[in-house]
Write a protein of this length. Structure first.
Length: 104
């Protein structure tokens, strides 16, 4: 009766080990949201403050999330959020930076 002992892995999309990971899932969601915000707002020159700050915070949360992540699926989605945050950060820096236009 080996099939009776099989774990239900369909309970979570990201936790392939069958355990809950609330901290990692929260960091993943924050990184994806900040990466999306940074990437989209980087396309507009006048939103460089938002894109650079959202990108910077997204890079920090994504880096820490990568450090403590436990499954491959978490890491995969974290890299997507990190990439979007980094592109948004770099374009925001090119358009004016973190404090461009505030002091002077």
């Amino acid at each position: 009766m080996a099939q009776a002992m099989r774990r239900n892995t369909a309970s979570s999309l990201l936790a392939t080990d069958g355990k809950p990971h609330p901290v990692q899932d929260t960091l993943l969601a924050v990184t994806l949201i900040l990466g999306l915000v940074a990437f989209v707002t980087a396309m507009f020159h006048h939103l460089h403050l938002l894109s650079s700050w959202a990108g910077l915070v997204g890079i920090i949360t994504g880096g820490y999330g990568q450090y403590i992540s436990e499954t491959t699926r978490e890491r995969f989605l974290m890299v997507i959020g990190l990439g979007a945050a980094a592109i948004g950060f770099f374009l925001g820096m090119a358009h004016g930076g973190l404090f461009g236009g505030l002091f002077g």
